[in-house]
Design a protein around this ligand. Structure first.
Ligand code: GLA
Length: 386
């Protein structure tokens, strides 16, 4: 057992006075490219990161769920017979919401036992790295095994999304949970959100001497309210006006007609989604043919589209991306839902420190918030640890 798993076990035992049945974990994610395409049934290309959320879980003999964490000094107690999105709030909604979403999806939980749960995490919250999906997927994996449900990874990802949409109330797509469930070392996950077909695509970062830097703007985002929902609504309105069910059904050849039919702002929102879908396909193609050193321009075009057409970046993100490229990054772009959160830079390993320093200096010189910068490695998705 690693030192960390031993400390999570000890925290569980201190909280509940008995040993956990097991520890399950799931990672946060970085999306390499393909932003706000998932809920438009388009394409995404995320990877799971080496920052995880752990759920130590012990089986009870009743139908009570007790929930504690290493980051909040509270115990939440709920009954499996009385789960409802109306009674869940705060971070516990991501845990209890998964059990509720399983039942809402038609899974019979009448034989499920109560559980004692202790959560620990090193995925930063509010950084656009899907700490919420990491939590949903870690407990989803534990529930599946402890309750003998036999759900596959994609089914558990869908359950996590239902929890996020209905229990938490954010109209998000499948990106985060799919990455957290399906991630593999040194691979991105190419997901078609229409067919829900997913396949790993090799990144070859180590062989190419590359690293991925996360530049957390420390501007906190919130997806259950605000801009994210507005963009979701713009896309839905654009699709309706164009006579399609989702924007997945239109391609670059349809943009001229879209410009005639739509108001100027809705047109730019639609153009982002349509061109971003194409950039995901082009990135997959380029990775296969020419490797990761050749995707910098696609990353840059995605960043510009998010900044100018979809308008979901903030000044910290724009400047960090520009400064990273100026200091030698191959490409840089915002990752995640936007309105804060993080950008990423694809960087030759020998320039990592110089790029990080240049970004920090550029933000300080502009009087903007100081970023938190660290590397991430594409890692394995949700699993049982012990
Ligand atoms: C958030 C959502 C995802 C996706 C991204 C934007 O991370 O949870 O479903 O929409 O934003 O690509």
């Amino acid at each position: 057992m690693t030192d960390h798993l031993a400390s999570v076990t000890a925290a569980f035992e201190a909280a509940y006075g008995h040993s956990p049945t097991g520890i399950w974990s799931a990672p946060g994610r970085v999306n390499l490219i393909g932003e706000h395409t998932d809920y438009n049934n388009g394409y995404v290309l995320p990877f799971a990161i080496d920052r995880r959320t752990w759920a130590a879980v012990g089986v009870r003999e009743d139908r009570t769920v007790r929930l504690r964490s290493t980051f909040a000094d509270e115990e939440i107690v709920a009954s499996l017979d009385a789960l409802s999105p109306d009674t869940m709030d705060g971070w516990s909604a991501y845990v209890l919401g998964v059990a509720w979403a399983m039942a809402d999806s038609g899974i019979d939980l009448s034989g499920a036992t109560g559980l004692d749960i202790l959560i620990d995490s090193d995925v930063p919250v509010g950084a656009g790295l899907s700490s919420s999906a990491a939590l949903e997927c870690a407990v989803g994996k534990a529930f599946d095994e402890l309750w003998g449900l036999g759900l596959d990874k994609l089914a558990l990802a869908r359950i996590g999304r239902v929890a996020e949409n209905k229990a938490v109330g954010a109209p998000t797509g499948l990106l985060d949970q799919a990455a957290s469930m399906l991630g593999e070392e040194d691979h991105v996950v190419f997901l078609d959100c229409d067919t829900e077909d997913a396949r790993p695509v090799a990144l070859h970062l180590r062989e190419e001497g590359l690293q991925i830097l996360v530049m957390n703007s420390n501007v906190e985002h919130e997806h259950a309210t605000g801009g994210y929902g507005d963009r979701f609504a713009s896309c839905a309105n654009g699709a309706t006006a164009l006579g399609v069910t989702t924007l997945r059904e239109i391609g670059q050849a349809d943009l001229a007609r879209a410009e005639e039919v739509l108001d100027e702002e809705t047109y730019r929102r639609v153009r982002h989604v349509v061109t971003e879908n194409q950039r995901v396909l082009d990135t997959v193609d380029t990775l296969g043919k020419a490797g990761p050193r050749a995707i910098g321009e696609l990353m840059g075009a995605s960043q510009a589209s998010m900044r100018d057409d979809f308008e979901i970046t903030v000044p910290e993100i724009d400047l960090a991306s520009e400064a990273a490229v100026a200091a030698g990054a191959i490409g840089a772009r915002m990752t995640g839902g936007g309105f804060g959160g993080s950008s990423i830079a694809l960087v030759p390993a020998d320039k990592t420190d110089a790029v990080a320093a240049a970004v920090t200096t550029a933000l300080a010189d502009a009087g903007l918030r100081e970023p938190t910068i660290f590397t991430v490695t594409p890692s394995q998705g949700a699993r049982r640890d012990i």
